[in-house]
Design a protein around this ligand. Structure first.
Ligand code: IPM
Ligand code: MN
Length: 362
């Protein structure tokens, strides 16, 4: 039997608790589908700074390179957020990992399962046909542009947004290929009325579409309008293709549509490596309290199974998550009023229930 080497990077805040639940679920799925996992843990973020003085130590980098896939929890610690002078920051670990491993395409799907309809603050008729994927460029743009600095006088700071046509092309191809398997519609989200980089995105993406993807309906939308449409008419979107920071912001909005950002998974893909990560952050207020929603991480593990070509196992794991929500076994972020046991479940309860759902259907 093939051994799947999985690097587990729990990271900070609620990361360790949610990764623990995902591991339980993967083990349960592995037993049914005879998938063997070899899990190895690595440090990243604030926990890595504490141990190695470095948010992405070489030990972690090596572990990731030696793995078939990486499952990541969360990153961030208020100790650093509240100290703008800090030179070393946990987030640098995640950004360096994405950059060094070449994980340029971040795939953030949003399909609202009926079990989540009652949790969304939006009306059912707005969300019931939503099935979109945000394809976010992940290793360039303003997150990585040089120069970026604070002037010595402390009175001025700047970041640079830079893109090359190669960086745009490779992520655009991923989005266009995905669209070919779906409704053949791509919305390129940018700020081309203001930014040079956005105009480069438009010309590169238009050229690829014209040369190789003639069946695709390519639409352009400014990011401010896209933010509005995501909450007023989200079912109009199929694939949203966008640059790094716009994708970061829009994906948090998509978290609201589903009722909780704690339910949304993602895959960060490159040529050689693949990483799976919930789209939410480290939720430090909840760390160690056993209240964080593990579903986004468990659904990320399902995306991992699909990328490793275990399709049936992936579908099975997803169904187990949705059945668990349907049964009302949810953490406090998912407010499902019709269930009287509302909000009384812990991270661990939810993980255990998903395992139960997994083993029920064999
Ligand atoms: C995300 C997160 C990260 C990002 C942070 C933690 C650096 O918000 O994955 O969306 O901005 O990319
Ligand atoms: Mn984000």
């Amino acid at each position: 039997m093939k051994k799947n080497k999985i690097a587990l990077l729990p990271g900070d805040g609620i990361g360790p608790e949610i990764i623990e639940q995902a591991v339980k679920c993967l083990n349960a799925i592995g037993k049914i589908y005879e998938i063997e996992f070899e899990f190895s843990y690595g440090y990243i973020g604030a926990t890595a700074i504490n141990k190695y003085g470095n948010p992405y130590p070489s030990e972690t980098d090596q572990l990731c390179r030696d793995s078939d896939a990486i499952l990541f929890g969360a990153i961030g610690d208020p100790k650093y957020d509240n100290n703008p002078k800090s030179k070393i920051r946990p987030e640098q670990g995640l950004l360096k990992m994405r950059k060094d491993l070449g994980l340029f395409a971040n795939i953030r799907p949003l399909k609202i399962h009926p079990s989540l309809y009652d949790s969304s603050p939006l009306k059912r008729e707005i969300i019931n046909n939503v099935d979109l994927i945000i394809v976010r460029e992940l290793t360039s743009g303003i997150y990585f542009g040089k120069p970026s600095a604070t002037e010595e006088n402390g009175m001025e700071a700047y970041d640079t947004c830079r893109y090359t046509s190669t960086e745009i092309e490779r992520v655009a191809k991923i989005a266009l290929d995905l669209a070919m398997k779906r409704r053949k519609k791509v919305t390129l989200v940018d700020k081309a009325n203001v930014l040079e980089t956005s105009r480069l995105w438009r010309s590169v993406v238009t050229k690829i579409k014209e040369e190789s993807y003639s069946q695709i309906d390519l639409e352009y939308m400014f990011v401010d309008n896209a933010a509005m449409q995501l909450v007023s008419n989200p079912s109009k979107f199929d694939i949203i293709l966008t640059e790094n920071m716009f994708g970061d912001i829009l994906s948090d909005i998509s978290g609201v549509l589903s009722g909780s950002i704690g339910t949304l998974p993602s895959a960060s893909l490159g040529e050689k490596h693949k990483l799976f990560e919930p789209i939410h952050g480290s939720y430090p207020e909840a760390a160690g309290k056993n209240i964080a929603n593990p579903v986004a991480t468990i659904l990320s593990a399902a995306m991992m199974l699909r990328e490793l070509k275990y399709n049936d196992a992936a579908n099975h794991l997803e169904l187990a998550c949705y059945n668990t929500i349907q049964n009302g076994v949810v953490t406090p972020d998912l407010k499902i009023d019709k269930h009287s046991k509302n909000n009384s479940f812990t991270t661990e309860d939810v993980g255990n229930e998903i395992v139960k759902e997994i083993t029920k259907r064999t």
